[in-house]
Design a protein around this ligand. Structure first.
Ligand SMILES: [Zn+2]
Length: 432
C-alpha cells in the first residue's frame, strides 16, 4: 500500500444533473491510499493518517492538486508530426499532411518509436486514457498496444478502415480490413487494460460494403468500440451527401450500417441537425468535443448545451494533429471560448467533469476510471500550482476553489503536470 498526501479534487457526478455543489469532492489536505493498482481509500489526511498501517509510505506534495487522470476521447497517434501544420481545412489537411505522415507507418520500427513518443507526450500532459486512431496498417496497432501494455495503461485503439478515396498504400479492402481487424481484436481486445475500437476513418473513405462489415464486427465481439468522425466540416458534409444520396443525413450513413450504440464515439459533431442529435442521444452514442481542432481547422463551434439537451454523452478530445495541444487543460481553455462565442458558460467544475468522469462516461468506463472512488484504477495526476511564475501569482490571489480551478485550466498545460500515475505506478515525473 502507498499513500499520497495533497489537496484532492474529483468529480462524483455531472454538475448538470446534480448541481455544482454535489458534483465534486474536495479535501484541502487529503490522503489517497493505493494498493495493487487500485484506489482503496480517499479522505482527509487528519482522519486517515492515524489509522494507517505501519510501514505504509506517504508521498507528500506541497502546492499541488491531485485530480483523476485526464481522458482524451479522440486523438490520432500517427499525427504527432503534423501538429502545427499551416493553412488548410479538413479535406486539404488530410491530403497535404495526414496521409503522407500515415503512410510511414507501414514500417513497424517507425510505428514503434512513434507510439513510444506519443504515449510519453500523453502522460506528460496527465492523460491516462485515450481513444486513439492508428493507421490502416495492422502493425501500427500492434506497436501502439505493445507500448501501452508495457506501461499498463487503459487505452482504446484500432486499425483505420479505408477502402476508397485515399492514396495508394493507405487503402485496405472491405474483406482485408475485416480480416485484419478480427485478428487484432483476438490479439488485443480485453488484454490487460486494453480495448479495441473498430475504426472507419469517416464515411467518405469507406464503401457501404466496408461499413457493413464494421457493423458485423461490433455484433460478433461484445464490448468493442466504434470510433469515427462525424459532421466536422461543411465541405465534408457535402461530400457525404454526394456519396450517399439515399441517406437522410450524415449520421444516417452510420446508423444504416448499424454503427450507433453504447461505446460508439463520433468525433466533432459540429454541424448536426435535430434528428442527428436525437438519434445520438437515444442510441447511447457519444460525441467527442475537440475545441482546439475545431478552431485550428476552422471547422465550427460545438454546441454543448444542444447535444446535452438531447441526452448525448459528451467527452473532450484533443484531436491531435488537427488539434494544437495534447493538454486537456488547454482543450478546456479553448472549450471555454468556443462556448463563450455561443453565449454558453463552461463552469470550472463542469470543465473538470468533461476532462475526467464525463470522458469516462462517454466511453462507458466510469466503473473503472474517471474519479478517485475506492475500487477504481489508480490513474491520477499531481498538478503543480506553482508551475510557472504567472500561475503561482494568479492562484495565490484566488479566493475560492472554483477560481483556482478556472485559472489552472486557462493558464495550465504540460508544465502544470508534476507527476502522472497509471495503475498506481509513476509513469511520468517532470524534471524540476
Ligand atoms: Zn480526428
Amino acid at each position: 500500500m502507498q499513500a499520497y498526501r495533497a489537496a484532492l479534487l474529483h468529480c462524483l457526478a455531472d454538475p448538470r444533473e446534480v448541481g455544482i455543489e454535489r458534483s465534486y469532492q474536495y479535501f484541502e489536505d487529503g490522503l489517497l491510499l493505493v494498493e495493487n493498482g487500485r484506489i482503496v481509500r480517499i479522505g482527509a489526511a487528519a482522519e486517515l493518517l492515524p489509522g494507517l498501517p505501519a510501514g505504509v509510505g506517504v508521498a507528500e506534495y506541497r502546492d499541488a492538486l491531485i485530480v483523476p487522470g485526464f481522458v482524451d476521447t479522440h486523438i490520432h497517434y500517427p499525427q504527432l508530426d503534423v501538429i502545427a501544420s499551416y493553412g488548410s481545412q479538413l479535406l486539404e489537411w488530410l491530403e497535404t499532411y495526414t496521409f503522407p505522415a500515415e503512410a510511414r507507418f507501414a514500417d513497424p520500427a517507425h510505428a514503434r518509436a512513434h507510439a513510444r513518443l506519443f504515449l510519453a507526450e500523453l502522460l506528460r500532459n496527465g492523460t491516462t486514457t485515450a481513444l486513439v486512431f492508428a493507421t490502416v496498417h495492422p502493425q501500427s496497432v500492434d506497436a501502439f498496444f505493445e507500448e501501452a501494455s508495457r506501461l499498463d495503461l487503459r487505452m482504446i485503439a484500432g486499425k483505420v478502415l479505408m477502402d476508397r478515396n485515399a492514396p495508394d498504400g493507405l487503402r485496405d479492402s472491405a474483406a482485408s480490413g475485416y480480416a485484419e481487424s478480427r485478428a487484432l481484436i483476438e490479439r488485443w481486445h480485453g488484454k490487460g487494460r486494453l480495448h479495441y475500437a473498430v475504426t472507419p476513418r469517416f464515411a467518405p473513405t469507406s464503401t457501404p460494403g466496408q461499413l457493413d462489415l464494421a457493423g458485423r464486427l461490433l455484433r460478433e465481439y461484445p464490448g468493442l468500440y466504434l470510433h469515427t468522425h462525424l459532421s466536422e466540416n461543411r465541405a465534408e458534409i457535402d461530400w457525404v451527401k454526394e456519396l450517399f444520396p439515399e441517406r437522410r443525413h450524415y449520421l444516417d450513413v452510420y446508423d444504416h450500417h448499424r454503427l450507433l450504440g453504447a461505446r460508439s464515439v463520433f468525433a466533432h459533431g459540429v454541424h448536426l441537425c435535430d434528428d442527428e442529435c436525437r438519434r445520438l442521444g437515444e442510441s447511447g452514442s457519444a460525441v467527442a468535443f475537440c475545441p482546439t481542432s475545431n478552431l485550428f481547422l476552422g471547422s465550427g463551434l460545438f454546441d454543448l448545451a444542444r447535444l446535452e439537451g438531447h441526452g448525448v454523452r459528451v467527452g473532450l478530445g484533443t484531436d491531435v494533429g488537427g488539434g494544437t495541444s495534447f493538454s486537456q487543460l488547454q482543450s478546456l481553455n479553448e472549450a471555454y471560448k468556443v462556448l463563450q462565442l455561443q453565449g454558453q458558460k463552461l463552469d470550472p467544475f463542469k470543465a473538470l467533469y468533461l476532462a475526467t468522469l464525463g470522458g469516462a462516461r462517454a466511453l462507458y468506463l466510469d466503473e473503472r476510471i474517471g474519479n478517485l472512488q475506492p475500487g477504481k484504477d489508480a490513474d491520477f495526476v499531481v498538478l503543480d500550482c506553482k508551475a510557472t511564475p504567472l500561475l503561482a501569482r494568479r492562484l495565490e490571489q484566488a479566493r475560492s476553489l472554483a477560481e483556482r480551478l478556472f485559472a489552472l485550466m486557462i493558464l495550465g498545460d504540460d508544465r502544470a503536470v508534476r507527476e502522472t500515475f497509471a495503475a498506481g505506478r509513476s509513469v511520468h515525473r517532470r524534471d524540476v
